[in-house]
Design a protein around this ligand. Structure first.
Ligand code: AHG
Ligand code: MN
Ligand code: MN
Ligand code: MN
Length: 374
């Protein structure tokens, strides 16, 4: 029965993870974490695809402002709970950090905030799981959520770190002030540079539901086949073209960018760049959608620094770093305009970072040479 299903539908994500675990490429815990990410992705796909049919429950504003200062959508909150609890019930998580959580939360219970107020304890399946977590997941449960009421593609972005060993958990004084040992461990494990990621991926909820991931051995794409409720491998090895002819940015901000970025965009727009051909602008305002198209078609995606926001808009931990890991694994590049995104050590869970990523030749044309370290 199971073999028949695989034969008919190719390799499913479940089977892919089992095969990787059998070969020791990932361990059983990471395989189980991806099992929960797979389940959460299916639930969120259903929620996003049926939201207009349940507008009162699923669309519109939650009526809260999140730590980003954004008006939270109902689906920001709902998808955050879906993703957080799916991970928690693996019993394998040390710490979770989300765009929609003020502070990192630990795998079994909500982390008491720095000023000690306690949040409700989320029971895990059983107490002995409470502290087995050795993985950390950082995630953006609903990316592009301003688009969700209009049915424009949205996504989920996630990255997975291993907990550093306690010796490496020293935080700078200003970050460790007033935190208990446990809280320092949680925070130190969360604030890791993108180059320490052991896995990263995104889910695109669009005409199809695509799940793209990397374990550091290339980039693989799966498509949800809802007739069997499985993600089926549809792109065994994604490689971004060395150069594209699409640029993706919010050109409405062009007057806020620095001169080199303005000159670059004007040049490629007019066909005065290295390729001598005019580039097309494609931008939907959902990072996952814009980057998925960049990954498959080539070209460049940029959310650069601007006069008002020196660090741009996108968050390093759960947007910039996971997407840069995927981009480099697919043969592309990802820089801030000054350095490689994956080299940046976060000092805050929600810190922002300028992001210029995509085809290697396009990124090199735009910015300084930054060869990814091995
Ligand atoms: P999120 O919905 O998770 O807050 O992320 C929105 C981000 C990203 O998805 C997109 O690339 C960018 O915001 C669009 O920003 P602008 O609307 O300023 O172009
Ligand atoms: Mn948001
Ligand atoms: Mn986002
Ligand atoms: Mn989001």
């Amino acid at each position: 029965e199971f073999e028949d299903v695989c034969e008919q539908t190719g390799v499913t994500l479940s089977r892919y993870c089992i095969e990787l675990a059998n070969r020791g490429i990932i361990d059983e815990d990471l395989s189980s974490i991806f099992n929960s990410i797979r389940e959460a992705a299916k639930v969120i796909s259903k929620l996003v695809n049926t939201a207009p049919l349940k507008q009162a429950e699923l669309l519109g504003l939650q009526g809260e402002i999140n730590v980003q200062g954004e008006d939270q959508k109902k689906l920001d909150v709902i998808t955050n709970d879906v993703f957080k609890n799916a991970l928690r019930y693996t019993g394998k998580m040390g710490t979770l950090a989300s765009e929609e959580e003020d502070e990192p939360v630990d795998g079994a219970r909500l982390w008491e905030g720095p000023d000690g107020e306690s949040s409700e304890v989320i029971p895990v399946l059983s107490e002995e799981f409470a502290d087995t977590g050795k993985y950390i997941c950082v995630f953006d449960p609903l990316d592009g959520s301003s688009n969700v009421d209009a049915g424009i593609p949205v996504g989920t972005i996630f990255g997975v770190f291993q907990e550093p060993d306690p010796a490496e958990c020293e935080l700078p004084d200003d970050l460790s002030k007033g935190l208990s040992e446990d809280q320092q461990r949680c925070l130190a494990g969360t604030l890791q540079p993108g180059k320490s990621l052991v896995a990263a991926g995104y889910v695109l909820y669009s005409a199809s539901t695509e799940l793209v991931l990397t374990f550091g051995q290339g980039v693989v794409g799966f498509t949800l086949d809802s007739s069997i409720g499985e993600f089926v491998m549809t792109r065994p090895s994604i490689k971004i073209p060395a150069r594209g002819k699409i640029y993706s940015c919010n050109q409405g901000n062009i007057n806020e960018w620095d001169q080199p970025m303005r000159d670059y965009i004007e040049a490629i727009r007019k066909g005065e760049g290295e390729s001598k051909k005019p580039y097309s602008l494609r931008y939907i305002g959902s990072m996952v959608g814009d980057i998925h198209r960049t990954l498959l078609y080539g070209g460049i995606f940029a959310y650069p620094a601007d006069k008002k926001n020196q660090d741009g808009k996108l968050r390093l931990l759960y947007e910039g770093a996971p997407m840069s890991f995927i981009m480099e694994q697919a043969g592309g590049k990802a820089i801030t305009g000054h350095s490689r995104v994956l080299d940046i050590p976060p000092v805050g869970v929600h810190q922002r970072v300028p992001v210029i990523l995509g085809s290697a030749e396009d990124v090199d044309e735009q910015g300084p040479e930054t060869a990814p370290e091995s």
